[in-house]
Design a protein around this ligand. Structure first.
Ligand SMILES: CSC[C@@H](O)[C@@H](O)C(=O)COP(=O)(O)O
Length: 365
C-alpha cells in the first residue's frame, strides 16, 4: 500500500546491501514513521516481542527473515535449530509465526549449510509474496460481501463496518486481511465508513488502523472499545470484520482481546460478524480454541501506562492507575465458531464450521 504516494510493504530487504531487513517501527506510529534496519536474529526477536512488528502474518514473515539473518552468522544444523526455536518463542498465540518457522526449517534442513543463506532469503521472499497475494484475494472475496450490502441498501447509502485491533496492511506483508475488502470497496466508490475500536491496552485501532485508513482516505471514526454494542443496538453497524491470530479446524477464532465481546453484541443485534484470514492462520492441529489456543499474557504496564503525544508534540508515556494497583493483561481471546457468521479466506468465503473450512481446503482432509 502507499504512504504519501510511495508504495511500501511492511517488511523488505535492503536494496543496496541485499541482506539487512527493514520494518516500520509500529510502536512509533501514528506520530513518527520510523524505518528500522534489522541485522541480527536477536534484533528480530526484540522487534516481535516489543511489537515494533506485530500482526499474525507479519510476525511470521519477519521471523522468516530473522532465520535468514541468523544463518549468515552460522549456517550449521545446530544453529538452524537453535535460532528457529528462539524465534518461534517470541510470541505464543499467532500460529503464522510457528507456520513460517516450520516452513523455513522444512526447506532448509535438507540443504548443505553452504546453500542455506541464499535459500533462506528466497524462501522468506516467497512467504512475503504469497502473503501479499493471499490478502489481495481476501480483499476481492470480502468486497463481494460489501457489494451485496451496498446493493441491498441503495448505492449511495453508507455501509458502516466495525473493526477491532489492526488487521490492515501493516499487520501483514501487504493489503491486510480485515481491511483489504474495505480498501477495495472504497477504491471502487462504495460509501464505506469504519468504526475503529481503539483496542486497549495498546491501542492498535486508534493508532494503527486509524492511521492506515486515514492515509488511504477511507472515512472512519475511532470509538472507545465499549461503544460497539451501543452502536449496534441503534442500527449503526451493518457488518463487523476482524482479523485473527489463529483459527482452529472447528473454526474457533483467536483475536485481540475484546473481539469476543464484539461477537456477542453482534449476535444479540443480528449484525453479521466476519473474520478475514489467510490459510496460514489456520491451525489444523487444534479443534477447541478455548482449551487449546495459548493466550499471550503481556506485561501489566501496558494496562497501567499509556503512550501518546503530549501538547508539546513529544511522544510520552503516562501512568493511569494508582500506584500499587495490580493489572492483568491477557492479549487475546477466543470467539467460539457459533458466534462467527463466516470466514473470508484467499479461497473464498465459508461458514465458520469444520465443514465450511474443509470445503475450501479439501487437501486438509
Ligand atoms: C491481519 S492481523 C490479525 C491479527 O493478528 C490482529 O487482529 C491482532 O490481533 C494483532 O494483535 P497484535 O497483538 O497487535 O499482534
Amino acid at each position: 500500500m502507499k504512504i504519501n504516494g510511495t508504495p511500501y510493504r511492511s517488511v523488505w530487504v535492503d536494496e543496496k546491501d541485499g541482506w539487512s531487513v527493514h520494518i516500520f517501527d509500529q510502536t512509533r506510529l501514528p506520530f513518527a514513521l520510523d524505518i528500522l534496519q534489522l541485522t541480527t536474529p536477536e534484533q528480530v526477536a526484540h522487534a516481535i516481542k516489543t511489537m515494533q512488528v506485530r500482526g499474525a502474518p507479519l510476525i511470521g514473515a519477519v521471523a522468516a527473515y530473522g532465520l535468514a539473518l541468523a544463518l549468515r552468522a552460522d549456517s550449521s544444523d545446530t544453529a538452524l535449530e537453535q535460532q528457529a526455536t528462539m524465534l518461534a518463542a517470541t510470541r505464543p498465540t499467532a500460529i503464522n509465526l510457528r507456520w513460517a518457522i516450520e516452513r523455513m526449517l522444512k526447506h532448509l534442513r535438507p540443504l548443505p549449510p553452504t546453500e542455506r543463506v541464499a535459500a533462506a532469503y528466497a524462501e522468506a521472499g516467497r512467504i512475503c509474496d504469497e502473503d501479499a497475494a493471499q490478502n489481495e484475494a481476501i480483499g476481492r472475496h470480502g468486497l463481494e460481501l460489501l457489494r451485496t450490502l451496498a446493493a441491498q441498501r441503495g448505492k449511495n447509502d453508507k455501509i458502516n463496518i466495525l473493526t477491532h485491533c489492526n488487521a490492515g496492511w501493516i499487520a501483514t506483508v501487504d493489503w491486510g486481511t480485515a481491511l483489504a475488502p474495505i480498501y477495495m470497496a472504497h477504491d471502487e466508490g462504495l460509501n464505506v465508513h469504519v468504526w475503529v475500536d481503539e483496542t486497549r491496552p495498546r491501542n492498535q485501532g486508534a493508532a494503527l488502523t486509524a492511521w492506515e485508513l486515514g492515509s488511504h482516505g477511507v472515512p472512519h471514526t475511532v470509538i472507545a472499545d465499549n461503544a460497539g454494542g451501543h452502536l449496534m443496538q441503534h442500527g449503526l453497524v451493518d457488518i463487523v470484520i476482524v482479523g485473527t491470530d489463529r483459527v482452529t479446524r472447528n473454526a474457533d477464532v483467536a483475536n485481540k482481546i475484546g473481539t469476543y465481546l464484539k461477537a456477542l453484541a453482534a449476535q444479540d443485534n443480528n449484525v453479521s460478524f466476519w473474520v478475514a484470514l489467510p490459510s496460514t492462520t489456520i491451525d489444523w492441529r487444534v479443534a477447541d480454541g478455548l482449551r487449546e489456543i495459548p493466550i499471550e499474557e503481556r506485561s501489566g504496564t501496558e494496562i497501567t501506562h499509556i503512550n501518546g503525544r503530549d501538547d508539546n508534540g513529544q511522544l510520552s508515556r503516562v501512568q493511569i492507575t494508582p500506584d500499587g494497583s495490580q493489572a492483568a493483561n491477557p492479549a487475546f481471546d477466543v470467539t467460539p465458531a457459533r458466534l462467527v457468521t463466516g470466514l473470508i479466506t484467499e479461497k473464498g468465503c465459508c461458514p465458520a464450521t469444520p465443514e465450511g473450512l474443509r470445503s475450501l481446503f479439501p487437501e486438509q482432509g
